[in-house]
Design a protein around this ligand. Sequence first.
Ligand SMILES: [Zn+2]
Ligand SMILES: [Zn+2]
Length: 405
Amino acid sequence: MSEMGKTGFAPTISTDSLQKYPRIFGMGPLGKMQGEITFANGIPYSGFADLDGNPFIQKNWDIQSPFFVYGEVEEWVAFPLNGVITDMAAMEKLVENTASQNGYDLSQPFFFKLVGTFDEMVTHIVTPRSPEVEGFKPGRNQENYKHQNESGELIGVYSQVGKGIYTPQSSHLHVHLINKEQSFTGHLDKIRTDLKDLTLYLPKSKNPLSFKTNDTDFSKGRLGFQQKIELDDLVKFHGHLCDGLVVGAMGLKEALEVLYPDGTIDRTDLRIVSKSSPCLTDVAVYLTGGRYQFGTFYVDDAIDGMYVVQRISDGMAYQVNLKKGVKPTIIDDMSKKAVNLELSGCELDALKGIEDDFTDYLLKADAKEIFQITEMEDFEWNPVLKADFVKTDVLNKHAANCTIE
Ligand SMILES: [Zn+2]
Ligand SMILES: [Zn+2]
């Protein structure tokens, strides 16, 4: 999401290369330390100090930065705040706590916004270090500004990597202010403010699908080896990203969250029945640890819904259903034809497009709205071990390409 400049103050990124990203956010010093650049919502703001120290702003794409951090944020999630922050360290804690409580991975850099009216802030705008550069003032390399009851946006990045480059040496944050009038942008150094008039925004997570698992720690080991599993891991195991994989993972996650409210799935204490889809079955064995050979996994197309998952130690069992009407019927109609090898190369490509759109829809959807989890009080584990289901996702592996005459 970012591009690290060379160490030193040489201009290394031309921001006009970022014009193609409509929702870009970013920040860094301008050119040869001539000012501060802040990108908000795809608009570049350059903040300068004139020779009298008065700040002014320009919106110009043709600018360069020696170390610029940027990222695209398509959508934000708002978090209302209360309390006070008295310094930058408290602000870092606030961002860190809100993010981690809401499932963000702190090891990955992310942007945030703090919007509202701020009681007190101190910012600066850098000024050139060298007499050859316009704007140079002997003995000064920045102008400082005090702000009181200033309304606007603080655009920030949280990053545990690149200290001293993306963020100051002592902090995980790099924050710039753009005031409400859009007449000022500068680098935030100090803050003290009540939070009640402020809202924190974090990027809407593109991929909420991650799982924590607990397994034994060696071949004869004890329970306690914890790992994080993400959609990418499922893709590697399954062979491709598809709507079925996402439906399975999202639906099963809902049931596993009921079984494991603390979020850690015990893969030594689960068994599962799955419908026969190659995508659903892969999700089932990967996430639960259930296996055919140990009698903890079987496939049955007669069950209601996609899965029944059961905790072995106490028998708690839940059925997972995708609600009716969520999946576009055209996918099932075309899939049936594909399984009968009745789709042309172009139709196969079209089906892929429709499935990809459905996958995107799912990943942005609220799982609580589209899945139904039902407790199964008298669930009977009734393994019918069959091995004649059709692996439908390889039937078209040698299909002709789509060619347009
Ligand atoms: Zn800065
Ligand atoms: Zn698949």
